[in-house]
Write a protein that binds this ligand. Structure first.
Ligand SMILES: Cc1cc2nc3c(=O)[nH]c(=O)nc-3n(C[C@H](O)[C@H](O)[C@H](O)COP(=O)(O)OP(=O)(O)OC[C@H]3O[C@@H](n4cnc5c(N)ncnc54)[C@H](O)[C@@H]3O)c2cc1C
Length: 420
């Protein structure tokens, strides 16, 4: 005899949580299937020796769905906004650490040539390019010139996607700018027509694990932890899902597994083959403490590193400067994102070189072999084909559908259940 559950939500990362929340609101009969011994997926925090570190996301740009979810979980009072001092942002250039808070910093910068600056400022007069997809590098080189792209855009997008801007799709990761170029003729006029609203950046007391633990409590009866999906097949009555060796049949599935997992467990073609085409970047996250008295290190949000400098480190977050309650006593702490390459010098010595101090100590590391999905040129085409290959009754959610931010991924899960 097979067990039957009308709706299975596979994966209890932030996407699966969004789906579960909506299913509960709608009164649907569902279970969440999670392989790990805890919910949250990438939303994991570490407490070491009085320091709090997030191993995955470190901050969230809020949306309404996210704020409502925190209320539903009864943890809205745990929200911590980013501090005022975190408004200061830095880049690491050949000349050292450079502040990039605003246009004045670019005008007075000694790390970008006069020619490079002029090229940026003639952007409004550059002719409009093609509407089709192209790489972020090609798009912005055409608009603001190569020097600004390699020294400013590359480290910023490298910090979000840990990817290569020569491959990333402008239509996906810079959608607003691509459309703006077509509609207004320039990025400058796009910003004037619709200035970006201020974005509230937050975390939670205790880190993002606070959200994961609150979810586990609220969904105690619905969430089956330590339950690994091994196979999904389509049958006449819906789907058979093999979980820890047992078959459960269901009519609908919200699949909130990462694409690289779904591709392995789903026995439905051409969906399986299509998912295999998506690649992920890997990342290592290292957690350091700094002695506060070491004033050489600036205070702010953190430092991003252009890939042109051939360093393993992509970015440094001054975690304890951004959010309160992250540190013990007089120390500061920081989170360093770096790549796996064996040819790089160890992260600790690179960090000391960037910061110009010896006073940092490594506390812990987390390896993410498949950290961020890579939205390469042609991604929108890939996604519209994906929609055609998904059989009726399966609904996809997750960060590989085009938006990687926590609040957006939550929404992708929430919206997926609307269709069940
Ligand atoms: C290092 C790092 C830093 C980041 N920083 C930020 C940031 O600062 N701000 C931000 O907004 N975003 C950030 N992100 C992105 C964001 O964290 C992710 O996009 C988001 O958390 C992904 O959620 P998800 O639910 O799609 O996937 P996941 O969190 O991966 O969830 C998938 C779930 O499926 C489960 N699962 C896997 N296999 C199986 C199986 N066979 N059976 C059952 N369950 C299974 C997993 O255990 C997991 O719980 C960061 C990501 C990383 C890696």
């Amino acid at each position: 005899m097979k067990d039957r559950i009308p709706l299975l939500i596979l994966g209890a990362g932030i996407a699966g949580m969004g789906a579960a929340w909506k299913a509960k609101k709608e009164g649907l009969d569902f279970k969440i299937i999670e392989a790990s011994s805890s919910a949250g997926g990438m939303l994991q925090s570490l407490k070491i020796d009085g320091h709090i570190f997030d191993q995955g996301p470190n901050s969230c740009v809020e949306n309404d769905v996210y704020l409502d979810f925190l209320k539903f979980l009864e943890i809205e009072d745990q929200l911590i906004p980013a501090s005022l001092k975190s408004k200061k942002r830095f880049l690491y250039q050949e000349t050292g650490i450079a502040e990039v808070g605003g246009i004045k910093d670019i005008i007075t910068a000694n790390w970008i040539s006069t020619k490079g600056k002029l090229r940026m400022f003639i952007e409004p007069f550059c002719r409009k390019g093609r509407a089709e997809d192209e790489s972020v590098y090609d798009f912005l080189k055409r608009r603001i010139g190569e020097e600004a792209v390699t020294k400013i855009v590359d480290p910023v997008l490298g910090g979000v996607y840990a990817g290569n801007i020569q491959k990333l799709s402008a239509l996906t990761v810079l959608e607003g700018m691509k459309l703006g170029e077509q509609n207004f003729g320039s990025l400058f006029r796009t910003f004037l027509s619709a200035p970006n609203p201020p974005r509230q950046i937050t975390n939670l007391k205790g880190g993002f694990s606070t959200l994961s633990r609150a979810f586990e409590l609220k969904f105690k009866e619905d969430c089956l932890l330590n339950s690994r999906v091994e196979r999904i097949t389509q049958v006449a009555s819906g789907f058979d899902v093999v979980i820890n060796g047992n078959i459960i049949s269901c009519k609908n599935i919200v699949c909130a597994l990462p694409a690289y997992v779904l591709e392995k467990v789903v026995l439905i073609d051409p969906l399986k083959k299509h998912l295999q085409k998506l690649s992920y970047s890997s990342l290592i996250v290292s957690f350091f403490t700094i002695q506060e008295k070491d004033l050489v290190i600036p205070e702010g949000f953190g430092i991003l590193v252009p890939s042109k400098l051939n360093m393993g480190i992509k970015g440094i977050l001054f975690t304890s400067d951004i959010f309160s309650g992250r540190v013990k006593n007089q120390e500061r702490n920081m989170t360093v994102f770096h790549s796996e390459s064996n040819n790089m010098r160890p992260v600790e010595s690179e960090l000391k070189k960037i910061l110009g101090t010896e006073k940092v100590s490594l506390l812990a590391q987390k390896r993410w072999p498949k950290a961020i999905p890579q939205f390469e040129v042609g991604f929108q085409m890939w996604k519209s084909q994906l929609d055609k290959f998904v059989p009726e009754g399966i609904f996809l959610a997750g960060n590989y559908l085009g938006k990687v931010g926590v609040a957006d991924v939550l929404k992708s899960g929430y919206d997926s259940t609307l269709n069940c």
